[in-house]
Design a protein around this ligand. Structure first.
Ligand SMILES: Cc1cc2nc3c(=O)[nH]c(=O)nc-3n(C[C@H](O)[C@H](O)[C@H](O)COP(=O)(O)OP(=O)(O)OC[C@H]3O[C@@H](n4cnc5c(N)ncnc54)[C@H](O)[C@@H]3O)c2cc1C
Length: 212
């Protein structure tokens, strides 16, 4: 992707923001067979790159079966599962988790499968950001990096977990969104063309709706 109109520090910040892949594979099962083994929630761990399996802690209508998050991976394991075709990924997870839960191999037990590989997902290219390449054991490096990611360029404002003190957490994305809104309303009148129109935002109008 070619980026124009950004200064060097902003381009470096974009380049140095690294995304971590993640995958999830969920099974819709005919029965919550794990409950017969006393499992009412929580997770188990398998090898072979499948990582965590999570059991629902809520009750579904038994006529509709149940759902288990058969596999949740990040990092190298997510790259490996993400590079498989959907069909390969589903079969691999079913046979690996099936070693812990042979019921999964019973004919018809898995009614359907859904999965997502965030590393290959067009609109995010990863599950979340990881700390930037600088030495993040020094807290001040992290602060400099996220403030740079969040720094507006002309009339373009940045928000998201990657622009926050808490990358990879919802809390970070919400705090960052609030900070970006604050930056926008701090300008008396901002003319923005990047959201598909020439929108005029008056400070006092927004202050009324956010604070009031
Ligand atoms: C598998 C997984 C598990 C997680 N678990 C937790 C957890 O337990 N607790 C927690 O706090 N956080 C968790 N997170 C992190 C949390 O979900 C994210 O930090 C948060 O959703 C990021 O919010 P955001 O608004 O920054 O970005 P996003 O939620 O990614 O929103 C960005 C949006 O922009 C859209 N978009 C991208 N490009 C364009 C474009 N060119 N035009 C229009 N739209 C575009 C995308 O489709 C997307 O909807 C998890 C994330 C993943 C992937």
């Amino acid at each position: 992707m070619e980026l124009e109109g950004f200064d060097e520090r902003k381009l470096a910040s974009i380049k140095d923001t690294i995304y971590c892949p993640a995958t999830k594979v969920a099974f819709h099962t005919q029965q919550a067979f794990w409950e017969e083994q006393g499992i009412k929630g929580g997770a188990s761990f398998s090898g072979e790159g499948v990582r965590q399996t999570y059991y629902p802690s809520v009750k579904f209508n038994p006529n509709n079966g149940s759902v288990m998050l058969a596999s949740y991976t990040i990092g190298d394991d997510a790259d490996r599962l993400g590079n498989m075709s959907e069909q390969e990924r589903h079969s691999f997870v079913k046979s690996t988790v099936g070693k812990v839960h042979p019921e999964l191999q019973t004919e018809g037990m898995v009614a359907s499968v859904a999965s997502i590989a965030w590393g290959n997902y067009k609109w995010s290219a990863g599950g979340c950001t990881v700390h930037w390449s600088d030495d993040m054991s020094d807290e001040s490096n992290h602060t400099i990096s996220y403030l740079e990611a969040a720094r507006p360029q002309n009339h373009l404002f940045f928000a998201g977990e990657h622009c926050s003190k808490y990358p990879a957490w919802l809390q970070g994305s919400i705090e960052s969104a609030l900070e970006a809104v604050y930056d926008i309303v701090s300008k008396e009148s901002v003319s923005t063309s990047f959201i598909g129109g020439n929108v005029k935002v008056k400070q006092n109008q927004l202050e009324t709706s956010f604070v009031g």
